[in-house]
Design a protein around this ligand. Sequence first.
Ligand code: H79
Length: 451
Amino acid sequence: MFARLVMMFAVLLVSVTSNVPAQISGGGGDAHPGLKTNAAALRKWQEMRFGMFIHWGPVTLRGTEIGWSRGPQVPIEEYDGLSREFNPVLFNAKEWIGAAKSAGMKYLVIVSKHHDGFCLWDTKYTGYKITSTPFHRDVLRELSQECTRQGIMFCTYYSILDWHHPDYTTRYGGDTRPVLESGMDRYRSYVKNQIRELVTGYHSKLLWFDGQWEKSWTHKDGMDLYSYARGLSDALLINNRVDKGRKGPGQAADSESYAGDFGTPEQEIGGLDNRHPWESCITIGTQWAWRPNDTLKTLKECIHILAKTAGGGGNLLFNISPMPDGRFEQRQIDRLKGIGKWLEQFGESIYGTRGGPYRSTPWLASTCRGNRIYLHLLIPPKDQVRIPAIPGRTVRSARVLGGGEIRPHMEGESLVIPLPSAPADGNDTVIVLELDGPAETLGALDVPAGS
Ligand code: H79
């Protein structure tokens, strides 16, 4: 009897999970055909849906961009000297991670080393690092430990290009140092040594590479680094910028020839794609690194970005820029709390969902889980929502998330959903549709422009 029950449960489980469209696996590229993305780690991370990105370093003392101001805006010597003044005495890992938690974020990706080469941890392989500044403390160590304490997944960004390291062979920003072509052999070892420190010493669970586009880095280098890193920890996730295959949002595994586990649209929201894993990275202001008096996105814009990202089937990595003294700006903290407050009420429409079935429009995003569809009304229509009917499914019931029941009806090929006079939320009112069958297997549905 018990065995039969177990059997029935197993059959049920298989039939439930096999309803979800299969993902195209990423992995180590054509040099490593047997090395595929760790599916369990990927799924767990995708269910988190929302993470915090942090760009920070000595450059915040000037308030210019971390990625491309060294040389063009701040003379190279002056830029590289900023580390001697960097002393963010008000840095507090507990407050940073607490702010991420208050926003409903589930993981942290901190810049360990950006294009400028400065290292935010006590690496053995260079003196150009946080523990050589007047601050002396190991920022990544404190953040990694605090993430463990507060239950946040700790991840690191690492730029492959390094315009400061003597052995890296592409020059930027009017840098006149001679190039030794033989340097890349040494530089590749430097990268591997640092990655080993981050993964084994700091327990980074995801590597967010960047700066792979310069000619110094090859497809072979990308696949080799991917397989090296997975060799350190098989559950590690690695973005597609480890290799040269990045094209659109679904770049991770569009072509299995290239290494990487997920795609990385930057400052844009990916289109609906539940098959190729992806994550959009988007800044809270206009710069990655802190800029005084930067224009911030409104709370409504932040919530819409999150809803549309989930609505496309992707994660959102939302970038915060701490100040040179180590604190987050109060207005950034407030924005994070605002998002968290919305998620506390409406989080079931984001976490653990898939995108669609309706493709996002300026006024609508949709997510789904099991037999449920969540309609995010970004600009709520006046009295009713009119969208194309769902092929092969009947709507069993409908309600406003955090509000009352509503009764949709069919009009020809359209599903018409009457709305209560007062929206449930001024930023994003969510309607839940309960279907008579799975929503996650439905194909993409287009909402006509005039709807
Ligand atoms: O870390 C963040 C950026 O600093 C980094 N990727 C994200 C995650 C990044 N580095 N470079 N880029 C992104 C693309 C650079 C585009 C540029 Fe430009 C073209 C830099 C200079 C010319 C656009 C136009 C930005 C400044 C001028």
